[in-house]
Structures are given as C-alpha cells and as structure tokens.
Design a protein around this ligand. Structure first.
Ligand SMILES: Nc1ncnc2c1ncn2[C@@H]1O[C@H](COP(=O)(O)OP(=O)(O)OP(=O)(O)O)[C@@H](O)[C@H]1O
Ligand SMILES: [Mg+2]
Length: 259
C-alpha cells in the first residue's frame, strides 16, 4: 500500500475536462513528479488531493483511508499530514505577519504547542532546518529574497509534521542557482524526515533532478508513467518525447549540484 493512492480521478469544469481518469501513487519517502504543459490539469490533481476541490469521480486514499469521505477529526488530521508549498511565496505568505507568526501559524491553528515559548523554540528549530537564523523571527516577508521566502514556506509547511508535501511549481519563479538550493533542501527533508513529496512542475529539468518517479499529464490524462530513468531516458509516448525535445538543457539544474 502506498501512502497516497489516486485512482480514476476525474474533474470537469463546465466545458473543460480538467482531469480524466488519473491514477497515481506516492510511496513513503518517495518523490514523484507530475509534469505537463500549462492547462494539462496538474494543479487540479493537487487541489483534489488537498480537498480544495471535489472531483466528479475517482478515489483518493491516504495511508489506507478514504480522503474524499474524511470529515471532522479525520479531515483535521489529514490537513496536518498533507501540507503544501506553492509557486509564489510572496503571494502566499501574509505580508503583515512576521516569520515567527508565519512558521508558527499551523501550530496555533491545530492547537499544537499552545505555550508561546515552546512554540518559538519549535519555530527556531524549523528555521534552522531550512537554513534560516533565529534573528529572522521578527522579519517580514518583503525583506527576504525569493529563495529565502520558499525556505520560509517550507518551514511553515513542515511545522505540524506532515507525511506528504505537495509542491506546485515551487522553484519556477527562482533563479537557476537558487532553484538547486531549494530542491536540495527538499531532498534533505525527505532524507531527514522520511517525507514523501508530490512535485508538480512544467520544468522537466527540475523534475529530472528531484524525482524518482515521473508521470506525464496531457490534456488531463496521464500518457506516461515510470521511473525517472525510464521517462527521461526511454520515453515511450510521442508526447513525452516532444516535451523532452523542447527542453534546451535537461541537465541544467543537475549540473548546479556539484557547485
Ligand atoms: N476553477 C476553474 N474553473 C474553470 N476552469 C478551470 C478551473 N480550474 C482549472 N480550470 C481549467 O482546467 C484545466 C486544467 O487546469 P490546471 O490549473 O489544473 O492546469 P495546470 O496544469 O496546473 O496549468 P499551469 O501549468 O498553467 O498551472 C485548464 O483548462 C483550466 O483552464
Ligand atoms: Mg498549475
């Protein structure tokens, strides 16, 4: 049994078939990439997993439990087990909140660590994990770079101890050198915390760098799925080959790792 199991997922918006019959699994400690062009349905899959959007049909299970039927306490537990990081950190982090408030918010919302001092200690620990300093506690989002903001967003997501991290284009807005740092941080978190990651991106170089398994989405359907080596080395589907051919340098981010 995989940690996350999606099967037959279908979602239609009026005239648009956003996602059709999508099946996907993410195992414990696995990093799975979901790639496809703009409009192929990547974010719709994530929104269904996050219970932000209700699919028309299909099933989603997490640790063997039916996600779509979760209510009350089960849904609250699920909202801690599955955390998300998005593309635009400045847009997704409240500009009026300090780093301490932002990173500690999940702990407050889910009534974990009600003691302010214990919560601050935990926030400092989280900042250390993502490479930020205790001196950053009182700073506001506008004073950080894009890469630092994604570190804050990752610390915020990790605060309540999730088992699955769902990432939507999290490095797309960053410079290439900073991309590698944030991707390496995600891999470190996977190793240290045993985190599973479902990583959505239109950027094949990034997915090639990060993911052990890859699914290719086209017009709402998965046209190819396999290990990174299979999909990037020997793509079976014509569409995957076209996607790969359109990448100027798939090894781009990979080469940044040695620096
Ligand atoms: N709330 C909505 N109402 C109507 N149509 C929607 C809605 N959300 C998504 N769609 C449509 O569903 C399709 C899939 O959208 P989705 O956002 O999942 O694609 P995506 O792969 O994440 O694209 P991008 O790479 O641009 O983020 C698109 O045609 C989109 O226009
Ligand atoms: Mg999207």
């Amino acid at each position: 049994m995989s940690l996350l199991e999606i099967s037959g997922l279908t979602k239609r918006y009026r005239s648009v078939q956003a996602v059709e019959d999508v099946g996907l699994t993410v195992g414990e400690g696995e990093v799975v990439g979901l790639v496809g062009e703009s409009g192929s349905g990547k974010s719709t899959v994530l929104r269904c997993v996050l219970k932000l959007v209700r699919p028309d049909s299909g099933s989603i299970s997490f640790a063997g439990k039916d996600v779509l039927r979760m209510r009350g306490a089960a849904a609250r537990a699920y909202r801690q087990d599955v955390q998300m990081v998005f593309q635009d950190p400045l847009g997704s982090l409240n500009p009026r909140m300090t780093v301490e408030q932002l990173v500690g918010e999940g702990l407050v919302v889910h009534r974990r660590l009600p003691d302010a001092r214990a919560r601050r200690d935990r926030v400092v620990e989280l900042l250390g994990m993502v490479g930020l300093r205790p001196a950053d506690l009182g700073r506001f989002p506008s004073s950080f770079s894009g890469g630092q903001l994604q570190r804050i967003a990752i610390a915020r997501a990790l605060a309540v101890g999730p088992r699955l991290l769902v990432c939507d284009e999290v490095v797309s807005a960053l410079d290439v050198s900073v991309q590698a740092q944030v991707l390496n941080l995600l891999l470190d978190m996977r190793d240290e915390l045993g985190l599973s990651i479902l990583f959505v991106s239109h950027d094949l170089a990034v997915v090639n760098y990060l993911c052990t398994r890859v699914a290719v989405l086209r017009s709402g359907r998965i046209v190819e799925e396999g290990t990174r080596e299979q999909v990037f080395g020997h793509p079976r589907h014509e569409y995957s080959r076209e996607l790969l051919a359109a990448v100027p340098d798939p090894e781009r981010v990979l080469s940044a790792r040695s620096h």
